[in-house]
Design a protein around this ligand. Structure first.
Ligand SMILES: Nc1ncnc2c1ncn2[C@@H]1O[C@H](COP(=O)(O)OP(=O)(O)O)[C@@H](O)[C@H]1O
Ligand SMILES: [Mg+2]
Length: 308
């Protein structure tokens, strides 16, 4: 199947001389939720802005639903909804007029039933006659989302959708994202909140200093890179790990009351049985033990750190 978005050899250097994107190659599959994860300044907004036609592409090629974003700008743009990182709204219009106008901009026939559903889904229906400048920040953001959905895009971009957003909006937003996906809409979100990618995404791309350093199915990423830890609550605290155990991947924590063993979930032999025997041989007793799996957050921090 053709990807819904194909980005080929995209490099972008701003007028300042700063190269924000370097040789990006990325394909987005139809109907997936793709999270583009990266620290501030990595190039996420630049990439989205190019695909949406807001920032001039440098060199390379971008196709949206088969349409080239430069040669077939209107066709490409009409397939996309964008909820930008920064809030901006025309203030004096009503919510309803704004959303209706937005649909018209894309040359779509009026469809008030559809727009009503969009506003209801975003808990904006009661506010349809309110002027946008009278709304709270959270409500304004909902209006931005409604505008982005007004022309029934195939692909929805959410640039840092939950940065500075209240819990309620965050929850509504994720419900909406799931509903859209069920209808076959492709969703691309950027975030530097790892929990978000962990909770929502089918695939994750990690971008760092303008380069995509990894693209992977979320489940596989977590499995491949996920390390497990075994934490032992010691009967008697240790000052140091005995020299004979120095070759083991062990750390002391909680002022010597905890001994932490890190093991690889992919390995056939975790080494736990061996470790427990060796501890017994050194008279290191424990009263409790538990295991935990590293979160995507730890995986991400590791990745960004090791790719220097
Ligand atoms: N209009 C611009 N002119 C020059 N440099 C820019 C411009 N916009 C962004 N940058 C720079 O490009 C890099 C990537 O920025 P951005 O795409 O906003 O990253 P992110 O969204 O991942 O935080 C940053 O170093 C930023 O300072
Ligand atoms: Mg950004």
């Amino acid at each position: 199947m053709h990807p819904v978005i194909a980005i080929e050899q995209l490099t972008k250097t701003y007028g300042s001389g700063h190269t924000a994107l370097r040789d990006i190659n990325l394909e987005i599959r139809k109907g997936e939720i793709f999270a583009l994860l990266g620290p501030n300044g990595a190039g996420k907004t630049t990439l989205i802005s190019i695909v949406c036609g807001i920032v001039n592409p440098g060199t390379g090629r971008v196709l949206v639903g088969g349409s080239d974003i430069v040669r077939d700008y209107r066709a490409a743009r009409s397939k996309i909804g964008l909820v930008p990182q920064e809030l901006f709204n025309e203030g004096f219009e009503s919510v309803w007029a704004t959303v209706r106008f937005s649909r018209g901009l894309f040359g779509k026939k009026p469809d008030d039933a559809l727009l009503e559903q969009v506003l209801r889904d975003l808990s904006l229906w009661d506010k349809r006659d309110a002027r946008i400048n009278e709304l709270s920040g959270g409500m304004k953001r909902r209006v931005m989302i409604a505008k982005a959905l007004s022309h029934e895009p195939e692909v929805l971009f959410l640039d840092e959708p939950t940065a500075g957003v209240d819990v309620e909006l965050r929850r509504d937003m994720w419900q909406m994202v799931r509903r859209l996906r069920e209808r076959g809409v492709t969703i691309i979100l950027t975030t530097h909140y790892i929990e978000e990618a962990e909770e929502m995404a089918d695939r994750i791309g990690v971008i760092r200093r303008g380069e995509i350093i990894l693209v992977e199915d979320k489940a596989r990423l977590m499995k491949q890179l996920g390390k497990k830890q075994l934490t032992l609550q010691l009967q008697r605290p240790l000052d140091a790990i005995p020299a004979e155990l120095a070759t083991e991947p062990l750390q002391l924590a909680d002022s010597g009351h905890q001994l932490i063993f890190t093991f690889d979930t992919q390995r056939e032999h975790t080494g736990i049985a061996e470790l427990l025997k060796r501890l017994a041989a050194h008279d290191i007793d424990y009263k409790d033990l538990q295991t935990s799996q590293s979160s995507l957050e730890e995986i991400f921090v590791d990745l960004v750190r090791t790719h220097t």
